[in-house]
Ligand binder design. Sequence first.
Ligand code: 3H9
Length: 699
Amino acid sequence: MTPINAVTTLSIEDGIAVVTLNSPPVNALSVGVRDGLALAFGQLLGQADVKAIVLICEGKTFIAGADIGNLGKGGPQGANLLDCLKAIEGASQPVVSAIHGTALGGGFEVALACHYRVAVPSAKCGLPEIKLGLLAGAGGTQRLPRIVGAERALELMLSGEHVPSKACLEMGLLDALVEEGQLRQGAIAFARQLVADNRPVKKVRDLDDKLKAARANPQFFADFRKANVKKFRGFDAPEANIRCVEAAVNLPFDEGMAVERKLFLELLAGTQCAAQRYAFFAERAVWKIPDVPADTPVLPWENVGILGAGTMGGGIAMNFLNKGIPVTLVETKQEALDRGIATIRKNYDNTAKKGRMTQADVDRRMGLLTGSLAIEALASSDLVIEAVFEEMSVKKAVFKQLDAIAKPGAILATNTSRLDVNEIAAATTRPESVIGLHFFSPANVMRLLEVVRGDKSSGAVIATSMQMARKIGKIAALVGVCPGFVGNRMLAQRQREAQALMLEGARVQDIDRVLFDFGFPMGPFAMSDLAGLDLGWTRESSTGLTLRDKLCERDRRGQKTSAGYYDYDAQRKATPSPVVEQLIAELAAQKGIVQRAVSDEEILQRCIYPMINEGAKILEEGKAIRASDIDIVWINGYGWPVYRGGPMFYGDTVGLAHVVETLQRFEAKLGADFKPAKLLVQLAATGQKFQDPNSIKSN
Ligand code: 3H9
């Protein structure tokens, strides 16, 4: 074996050359990997005693793509990837890529430039660039459609799906599967066979058959765009991806490559791509907890107890059942328990009806669920999650009971969305075992979990909770105890301003429109109507002084009563309500507010900048570890558009000095709610960003 450079080796045995890359963790296309490819292939091409070449990787995966951390950054450039691929495809000997783990993005593009591809059954391939706000910029958009056709290519590129080997083989993306664990031998044998059979080099760029269907249908791309308008709303990358496939269909290969390059560079320079690359690393950073290192021992847990079979309790239970983990569900009344279990079954039955689960899957899950009316049934649970009524006295009483019956070392978790976890923990004799696990509704669907560490939560309890979150497919952000934690605490800022703007004269539909156009799935008023205005409202406690009280008193409780902030028709289509407009005008007059026209810009800044400010306070108080954790909460729990990277990243994008100035302007006019946080002022003054590595520590 001859070293080519620090990450590349070359061996030649009986006329078969093997180029091996070894650049942990994922063999990303760093300078070293590209240089290694260029040098190795430079040596091999035209070497008469080399009959075929195998490209393979060491470690856990084939090349997982470009080095995302360095994409678009200056610095040492190394060999050009496109030149490497040209050399590989232009080789006179057949080149076989040997795939294990994942061949993704630029990695899959390297494989597509090879003449043949083999993989082990567990491998996956795909072009996930769309998730980074990008397109495959090394020929992927031109080669993929030439193998699978335009329709399939669009599906794969616009979903970013990691496609299992077997499906790749069926689509012609792979030429053969080789035995698991035998990739090197299998690929060499495959290459030998190519030589023995005198098979030609097969250049994907020369294929055309699969493109004919789209070429023959002039409506094809327009129809595809139309069918996906909703899905792609706000994102730049989907349209650029579609234009590349259009180019593949309608232009010669090299011209298509030029279109791809131009659009790739445009996306790469944009803020959406920057935001989505940031989100990629934010998702991975969230698991790193400075004072709970990765080697912290976790507590053994094999079963879960859930207290409360309502919507939250049932949804939480499904997460565990889905992963084959037994759940004991406890309620106080038989009827409530029966209802809770029936709802879980109904949810699974509906999934089965849609063909996304078999009846056996449903039965297996339901078989793992045990109902009980006695809290003692949780005595053997390793992890207990309380999801009872959101009231401190009730929670404390429950935790006192749990303390008495739970086994030593069991994790006692509360699903509170706003109450003081320390106070709840203090109701037990083991506050170190208590933690908050704030699931978001619907708990079986929403990806976010706020893990709320109490002052006394032990490292093992925190580490186990994070591991549990991963196991059930959540993304967890570790947050500290404060009212509303991270997500709801910041949401309160937006809600307050939405209400204030409404009284000042901004129309409900305009506030919603501005936030919808910003990229949220819906605005705050449409959201309230969907959730129901009477959540936590009772006629007895109504003051009649807020708009919400007035609406609820008139039975305008949201979509469910066909009236809330909006009027709804039978198809749930919303229209602005003259009744509500009248009520708002009256309320404003009562409060002595002179209504005025409010600009879209003011709506956006008043709703969003106080959130950024609150995020800064959260960081100042140490209630979140890093700004990107806050962004993860907002992207995954509150529909913040990922292409804007989260509120803190958005603050960085518009400029923290501008955020501070704007807040100060509002403070002068509207009062202390807008007073900029100390951290925000300091960062702005020193020209730093939230995302700068030491921005929090240095302040
Ligand atoms: C592209 O290719 C553009 C081209 O079309 C055009 C070129 C001209 N770069 O996820 P994990 C790190 S765009 C840099 O925890 P897993 C990751 O941050 C790229 N770093 O492991 C983490 O670091 P740390 C298209 C990367 O087993 C560590 O590796 N490709 C990259 O759960 C382990 O990662 C993609 O979008 C990278 N490309 O999942 C694929 N990939 O330990 C992106 C990973 O310090 N990657 N890291 O936190 C993935 O989807 C997953 O990482 C993968 C492994 C499935 C590979």
